[in-house]
Each structure stands twice: as C-alpha cells, then as structure tokens.
Design a protein around this ligand. Structure first.
Ligand code: PMP
Length: 295
C-alpha cells in the first residue's frame, strides 16, 4: 500500500527510489525508539495541491527533535519546500506524508549526534474510515508526561498506541480510548477526543495528551462558528453520559463514535456538532470553507 515500484522518497538529501533506501541496522532509532516523525496530509484543493498546516507540522517535528537532542539540519521552510517537491515527483496532490528523523549508529543511551531525514508519501484514505467507531477503553494508560515528552511524536512512544490498538481490535472493537495517569480521559491511540453534552463540546486540556493540530483546527472552527468548546479533564463516567463523541487527527480527520464499551451514544450522529465539524473540517482543508480569514 505504501510503496509502489516507482515511489520516490527524500532520503539523506536526495530524491531516490524507495527501493534504494538503506536502513542502518545500528541506528539508535531501531534499538531504542529514539526517532521523531510527523503525519501530514496534502489535499487537492481548489487552489492546487496544498499541504495542510505544513508549518505547524514541521515546527512540531523540530520541537520533538530538540526535546530528544536529535539534530535536524533543515529549517521549517526547507522542509516544507522539499515536501512540495516530493509530492510533485510522485505526482500526488491528495497524499499522506510521513517525515521521519532517525538517529545514527549509537548503542549508548545518549542521543546520537547524527541524524537522517527520510520523507515518504503515499495515497491514503481516511485512516479510521467513515463509519461510526466502536471504541474500547484500554487497560493501558497514556505515558506519564513525567516519564517522556508526551507532546512530541517520538517513535518509541508509539508502542503504547500499538498495545492499546491490538487490545481493542483483538476484542472486536475498532479503536482504543486511553486514560491518563490520573484516570481522566486522555485520547485515542492516534487521535484526540471531544465529547458533546447539552450542546457544548469538551476536550481534555494540554498536559497529558498529544495536542493535535486537527484538535486545534477544530477548536478554531468552533470559535468562528459559535460552537462552545471547553478544555477540561473529564472522567470515563462523564464520557459515558455524553450525548455524542468524536475523534480528531490528521490521518483520521473528524470521525464519530458509535459507542464506548457498552455505552451507545444516544444522539444521532447527523444531528451533532461533530457531524457538522466533520464537513467544516473537510471544507477547511480543501480551502472551500466560507470564512473571513484562513485559520
Ligand atoms: N494523539 C496522538 C497520540 C497522535 O498520535 C495523534 C496524531 N499525530 C493525534 C493525537 C492527533 O494529532 P494531529 O491532529 O496533529 O494529527
């Protein structure tokens, strides 16, 4: 699905065929998960191919690298420019883009001084699909922010997401919902969560979550559309009294929930803020949303 015969990737300063990428088996990223990645989308908009929030994604990549003491030898502007060139070389407009910064050969537990940038892209539909999701509360918590940089996309952090997703899928559910170390609702394995109760949206605050760029975009749209959003901690019991709920993420976009464990959300999806936001978000990324100013 990801790699075709003629797929081009950007690897160590060059655009090369994906089959020619050599991975260093001594890389610290493979052994210890010390690498940084991003998940970005480009869309075929009315104004041509546009990478949605490219700047914000690459700023987050650089933030994560800095936090993990991994050097990045490119500016945000250069990274955006390389990515547009990569899309052209692959003839893509609608694409999912995956930049990955790996570290050099180093078996010590000090961040390697060497780093390598690879950017891949492929055509990818909505990650969690379009149908409403049956979600299971995970036995795994989100990582404690006192044990890692929870708002950085460090490759090693994603073993937590993999554990939770395996657990949910093996039990017949579509996705996992994880709590934070205090027992409050945190997020999905790869997306943020919002609930709707009495016409107001609630989402966990920054601190114990990966605060997504889609989450922020949705909150910005809500502000413009007059939809009230409150950032606050809430419990699983509160979630199970909500009228409705949805996830947000670059790969997933905006996707509704059907149920959490045995609780079915009572409000019909088509009548919720989440449903409206799913369409507003699509219009935003396609640059067809009627607003006074881009957000
Ligand atoms: N939470 C987690 C754990 C994620 O991996 C992601 C995907 N980056 C998100 C939330 C959503 O972030 P974004 O909207 O920036 O894609």
């Amino acid at each position: 699905m990801y790699k075709k015969e003629n797929s081009i990737v950007f690897h160590n300063g060059e655009f090369i065929n994906a089959n020619d990428v050599l991975i260093n088996p001594y890389s610290q990223s493979l052994h210890y998960g010390n690498g940084i990645f991003e998940g970005i989308r480009s869309y075929k908009t009315v104004n041509g191919a546009r990478i949605f929030k490219a700047q914000e994604h690459y700023e987050r990549l650089c933030y994560g690298a800095k936090a993990m003491h991994i050097p990045i030898n490119y500016s945000v502007e250069e990274l955006v420019d390389i990515t547009y060139r990569l899309l052209k070389k692959n003839n893509f407009e609608d694409a999912y883009i995956r930049p990955l910064v790996t570290t050099g050969a180093d078996m010590s537990l000090l961040s390697s001084k060497e780093s390598f940038l690879t950017i891949q892209c492929w055509e990818w539909g909505k990650y969690m699909g379009d149908k409403l999701l049956k979600v299971k509360t995970s036995q795994y918590q989100r990582p404690n922010p006192k044990s890692c940089i929870v708002d950085a996309k460090v490759t090693g952090h994603y073993t937590n997401s993999i554990l939770a997703t395996n657990e949910a899928k093996n039990a017949g559910y579509d996705e996992a919902l994880l709590l934070d170390m205090n027992g409050y609702v945190a997020e999905c394995s790869g997306a943020n969560v919002f609930i709707e109760k009495n016409d107001i949206l609630y989402t966990p605050p920054k601190g114990n979550i990966m605060p997504g760029i889609t989450r922020q975009t949705v909150m910005d749209i809500c502000k413009e559309e007059g939809i009230e959003v409150v950032e606050k901690y809430f419990t699983l019991d509160e979630l199970k009294k909500a009228d409705n709920a949805f996830f947000t993420g670059t790969a997933a976009e905006v996707v509704g929930l059907q149920s959490i464990d045995d609780y079915q959300f009572p409000k019909k999806w088509e009548t919720t803020h989440g449903y409206n936001l799913m369409h507003l978000y699509k219009n935003e990324v396609l640059e067809t949303r009627k607003t006074n100013a881009p957000i």
